[in-house]
Design a protein around this ligand. Structure first.
Ligand SMILES: [Zn+2]
Length: 183
């Protein structure tokens, strides 16, 4: 397994349409695992193959429930709407609001070549739409409004703040656990 190089939004590869995968062989499985590693390395919640320079229809996501690999994903149903802030590993430090469906159904093949259906809502639906757009050469910035960019320092400060919050939460949980033991 390896971390792959991320392509940035001026890279032409991100504007091309990816090809369907005809055979799920070891090379595809290796790509999928590398993409999962790369997504986690850069704190992403999703990654599409063109973002690592490969024009194949494969995405990986983790909305907080663990990694999932989707091969040849197709949105077969959409309903409702939601608006939320998005970012992209290919556009570091840039954020903007995007309108997306609230619910989507996606059909795809898993790593064993089995056809699967995923019904997703909220954040998971957003991630799926964002990543599947990448397979058609579409970037979230094409659809985003109220776009803004943070400096590296601002990103670092936000990260530290989030870590501090998490630390406090963990301390609270620890205290709670101690209280439980006393009883
Ligand atoms: Zn993206």
């Amino acid at each position: 397994m390896a971390i792959r190089n991320i392509r940035y939004d001026t890279d032409e590869v991100l504007r091309k349409r990816s090809r369907e995968i005809e055979e799920i062989d070891n090379k595809i499985r290796e790509l999928a695992l590398d993409m999962v590693d790369t997504m986690y390395k850069y704190d992403g919640v999703g990654l599409a193959a063109p973002q690592v320079g490969i024009l194949k229809r494969i995405i990986v996501i983790d909305p907080g429930t663990g990694p999932r690999v989707l091969i040849n994903p197709v949105i077969t149903k959409k309903s409702g709407s939601q608006t939320g802030e998005e970012g992209c590993l290919s556009s570091p430090n840039v954020f903007g609001n995007v309108d997306r469906p609230k619910n989507v159904t996606v059909e795809y093949f898993d790593m064993d070549g089995k056809k699967q259906t995923l019904k997703a809502e909220d954040l998971e639906a957003v991630i799926l739409c964002h990543e599947i757009d990448h397979l058609d050469g579409v970037l979230f910035l094409d659809k985003a409004y109220d776009v803004y960019k943070l400096s590296d320092e601002e990103i670092e400060a936000a990260k530290r703040e989030a870590e501090e919050l998490e630390r406090k939460e963990q301390e609270k949980t620890k205290k709670k656990n101690k209280n439980c033991k006393r009883k």
